[in-house]
Design a protein around this ligand. Structure first.
Ligand SMILES: [Zn+2]
Length: 166
């Protein structure tokens, strides 16, 4: 089987940031998948399951209620490696266009108070695994990444050029 493109990103050189993971076409309609990379792989601790789970509930609820974007949100969910999330949006969208939405989503999560949406046994498959304190901390750290980001936080590391052999 072929290695899928997201495994071809050099995760050893990947910084926290916001990246276009892929663009897919369904007929003539484009959907853009964003890599919301919150933790630097192998340099920072990955998120705890309770934190990433709480963030999934809080951020998904926020995104699907955002007045500008709610009708274009297709999917938001955690990466299995627990270093970030994928966000899938309708349209051919760049990081500069989606950045304000992602910033306000994580700003909202960092300040979140009250009941986590959908956190009951009837609404969720394992609602006891929620850590709001951890979620708010991880959201605040990522928000700080976004507001201080430079272009290396928005573009995947380019493959290293091979050295010329003499
Ligand atoms: Zn859940």
């Amino acid at each position: 089987m072929q290695l899928i493109p997201s495994f071809q990103v050099d995760h050893l050189r990947l910084k926290p940031g916001l990246y276009v993971s892929r663009k897919d076409y369904i007929g003539y309609e484009c959907v853009t998948t964003f890599d919301i990379r919150m933790k630097r792989p192998y340099k920072e601790e990955v998120m705890d399951t309770g934190s990433i789970h709480a963030l999934e509930h809080i951020c998904a609820t926020y995104l699907r209620n955002d007045q500008l974007w709610k009708d274009k949100i297709i999917y938001f969910g955690p990466m299995g490696c627990r270093t970030g999330f994928y966000l899938i949006v309708e349209g051919d969208i760049g990081t500069d266009t989606i950045l304000p939405l992602v910033e306000r989503t994580f700003d909202y999560a960092a300040e979140f108070e009250g009941e986590i949406p959908g956190a009951t046994p009837k609404e969720c498959g394992f609602c006891v695994d929620m850590d709001l304190t951890g979620a708010k901390r991880d959201a605040a750290l990522y928000y700080n990444v976004l507001i201080t980001a430079t272009k290396t936080n928005f573009n995947y590391p380019q493959p290293r050029k091979k050295r010329q052999s003499k």
